[in-house]
Write a new protein. Structure first.
Ligand SMILES: Cc1cc2nc3c(=O)[nH]c(=O)nc-3n(C[C@H](O)[C@H](O)[C@H](O)COP(=O)(O)OP(=O)(O)OC[C@H]3O[C@@H](n4cnc5c(N)ncnc54)[C@H](O)[C@@H]3O)c2cc1C
Length: 285
């Protein structure tokens, strides 16, 4: 039911969308897969800015030192995109977001802006050291993803800004890859109990030159594990790598009891999944 007090705009040009956001607060609508379920049975009394006609925000592009993933790239597009093994973690996450219909409609930008602690896109992107591009009539702002998501459903986006892209820097090492592992209460179509994203860069000497690990659903915001990452640096990239991660390295997580799992179970699983992610990744690299 559309309230007579609300309005709906679907601009085709980014400038028009940014002008609409600058003029008045509007709820941004992308794939709607978070928006609609949160409003079932409620009248629509918000002013909507539907961004799905902004074709330029769907593109995935390689630039000299980074990749630019348009905010409207859907999970299906990402899963099938011609991207290097560095993106394997994000690709695996894409195949875990709901079922195919959700993956066809749901977007990368929507997942990040919705800022759920269980958003599957966040850990693999933190592991890739991604940044978000926020656009407004005042210009473009680039913010590390870790600084963009502030808490459960809270981001640093101003009301006049649109998330227009996610930027992923290229790895320095030629041998590099990413991975993602998710645990839910069943195998598919499930909200995460814990998920882990990882990215490793291997030096010419076969040792870990850079390691990034991120755990989701174990704190209001997915978190990197700097102590575990430091413990991996300089180690040989072999089947023993996972064993260097110890419980103390996960001390920064703050899991809660909820309908899906207890805090204690989440802590156990987080360690197991971090080690599994590393084992599976080192076997591939
Ligand atoms: C059945 C079902 C299963 C699901 N399973 C999963 C799952 O397994 N894992 C998971 O992570 N998620 C899951 N989701 C959630 C959802 O599909 C994803 O988070 C999806 O990526 C959201 O994208 P969207 O384009 O649909 O966002 P929308 O619903 O359109 O928007 C989400 C929020 O982001 C804002 N927004 C969207 N795009 C922008 C932008 N470019 N700039 C500024 N603000 C913006 C909107 O205003 C809104 O607040 C599921 C949803 C459903 C319905």
């Amino acid at each position: 039911m559309v309230s007579p007090l609300s309005s709906y705009q679907r601009p085709r040009a980014l400038e028009d969308a940014l002008a609409a956001l600058a003029a008045a607060p509007r709820t941004v609508l992308a794939g709607g897969t978070d928006y609609y379920p949160a409003r079932v049975g409620e009248p629509c009394d918000e002013d909507i800015l539907d961004i799905t006609a902004l074709a330029g925000l769907r593109a995935i592009e390689e630039r000299p030192d980074h990749w630019r993933l348009g905010a409207l790239a859907t999970w299906s597009t990402l899963a099938g995109a011609d991207l290097p093994p560095w993106f394997d973690g994000l690709r695996l996450a894409a195949r875990e977001v709901g079922g195919e219909q959700i993956q066809n409609a749901g977007t990368l930008g929507g997942n990040l802006c919705n800022a759920s602690p269980a958003a599957d896109g966040v850990p693999p992107l933190l592991a890739l050291d991604a940044a978000v591009e926020l656009s407004s009539l005042q210009g473009r702002e680039i913010l590390p993803l870790a600084d963009f998501i502030l808490g459960n459903r809270r981001t640093a986006r101003r009301q006049d800004q649109l998330l227009t892209a996610v930027l992923v820097p290229k790895p320095r090492a030629a041998r590099a890859g990413g991975h993602f592992v998710k645990l839910g209460a069943r195998r598919y179509l499930v909200i995460s109990i814990v998920m882990v994203g990882a990215a490793l860069e291997i030096g010419a000497d076969g040792r870990i030159a850079a390691a990034r690990l991120a755990v989701g659903a174990c704190a209001p915001v997915a978190r990197r594990l700097p102590a575990a990452e430091a413990a991996l640096l300089g180690r040989p990239c072999d089947e023993r790598l996972a064993s260097w991660v110890q419980p103390v390295h996960l001390a920064g997580l703050a899991p809660i009891d909820d309908i899906r799992a207890s805090a204690g179970y989440r802590s156990d699983v987080a360690l197991t999944l971090v080690r599994r992610t590393l084992s599976e990744l080192t076997a591939r690299l």
